[in-house]
Design a binder for this molecule. Structure first.
Ligand SMILES: Cc1cc2nc3c(=O)[nH]c(=O)nc-3n(C[C@H](O)[C@H](O)[C@H](O)COP(=O)(O)OP(=O)(O)OC[C@H]3O[C@@H](n4cnc5c(N)ncnc54)[C@H](O)[C@@H]3O)c2cc1C
Length: 331
């Protein structure tokens, strides 16, 4: 680990001032469960680490009209225990999947959304795109955990943001602040993530010196939701494929639906056509299974990860059935 300055701002504008020194060669520290590893491995070498944990405005969960605003520093545990989020079941499902109490207590929502890929090429210092002489090391190498959708460009990692599918399926917005103190913007979380074409693009629209301060969820308006993660291990593990579904049911028939897949593409993958196929249908194994088929119809698996197509298809089917409380006994 290289030496760096450590700063602990007390409010948002102090945080932005500190982040924008040193030509913004700085890093945000929240729970630190991943950033510390990135620093230790020299994958990030900021001149200053800005520890935002004391910034009060970015903590906790509050009502926002009929919806809810969640501070970026809210921990996974707080999300799962908040009565205000009880009706957003797909979020609790994500926390349940992170089967380590330590991570649930330390990890934050902002840290999850900005989590850099777990791709082993990236984590071993080959960069996000892992290109050597213009050739993809991922395409030629061990790509069993890589993308099956959106992978035709140089980016073949999968987005690590575990809450993103559930939040996007709920139509969440994210508040980005900076780089100047006082500048802030709400944007749909769906538009926050990017699939980089060049290394410098990163994995989100965040520019140096910016950070996420809050996430806003709309009112549930009676909609139901679920996240289904396919995990290899019972312990701490990253999903192989995830699907989140939010559904508006009217007399047993789907009036509106949103399906978003995770860990299958360099960004959360919104399955519009799959969701559309549910409209006007009752939720059952046939309609949920068809949505799964449609969700992966455009998949382009790499050499070692065709198995993920089946996992993603099943994740979609089960997320849809689970949202409607029909997973029990289903295949
Ligand atoms: C050994 C280990 C194994 C883990 N395994 C898993 C696992 O299998 N599954 C799983 O889901 N999680 C796992 N995690 C937890 C993982 O780190 C979580 O995603 C956690 O939510 C990250 O939150 P954090 O606050 O600790 O992030 P940090 O480590 O503080 O930050 C993560 C990244 O986000 C940036 N960042 C943080 N907050 C903001 C913000 N508000 N705005 C802009 N950028 C920000 C940081 O600069 C950094 O790049 C593991 C952690 C550890 C230590």
């Amino acid at each position: 680990m290289r030496p760096f300055e450590y700063a602990r701002p007390q409010n948002e504008s102090e945080a932005l001032d500190l982040l924008n020194d040193h030509d913004a060669n700085t890093a945000v520290l929240a729970g630190g469960t991943d950033l510390i590893a990135l620093l230790q491995e020299d994958l990030q070498a900021p001149q200053r680490v800005v520890d935002i944990k004391q910034v009060e405005s970015m903590q906790g969960i509050a009502a926002d009209g009929d919806g809810v605003v969640i501070g970026a520093l809210t921990t996974l545990e707080e999300i799962s225990e908040s009565p205000m989020l009880a009706d957003y079941r797909s979020l609790g499902d994500v926390v349940d999947g992170v089967r380590a109490i330590q991570i649930q207590q330390m990890g934050t929502l902002g840290g999850d959304l900005c989590h850099l890929p777990n791709c082993w090429f990236y984590r071993n210092g080959y960069g996000l795109l892992a290109l050597e002489n213009g050739e993809s090391l991922v395409a030629a190498g061990d790509n069993r955990y890589h993308a099956i959708l959106g992978n035709q460009g140089p980016a073949k990692f999968v987005s690590a943001a575990r809450f993103a599918p559930a939040l996007i399926a709920w139509g969440a917005d994210v508040r980005v602040i900076g780089p100047d103190a006082g500048s802030s913007e709400w944007l749909p979380l769906e538009h926050f993530f990017v699939t980089p074409k060049v290394e410098s693009q990163g994995v989100s629209v965040l520019k140096p010196g910016q950070l996420i301060s809050h996430v806003r969820l709309p009112a549930t308006t009676g909609r139901v939701s679920s996240t289904y993660e396919v995990l290899q291990m019972e312990g701490l593990d990253w999903p192989l494929a995830t699907a989140a579904a939010t559904i508006d049911l009217d007399g047993g028939v789907v009036r509106e639906a949103s399906i978003v897949m995770g860990h299958v593409a360099p960004m959360p993958w919104v399955a519009h056509e799959a969701a559309q196929s549910l409209i006007g249908q009752p939720v059952d194994e046939v309609s949920a299974g068809r949505a799964g088929e449609i969700a992966v119809a455009q998949a382009t698996p790499l050499r070692d990860n065709a198995y993920k197509v089946q996992l993603a298809k099943t994740a979609v089917k089960r997320a849809v059935l689970s949202a409607a409380d029909m997973l029990e006994g289903a295949l």
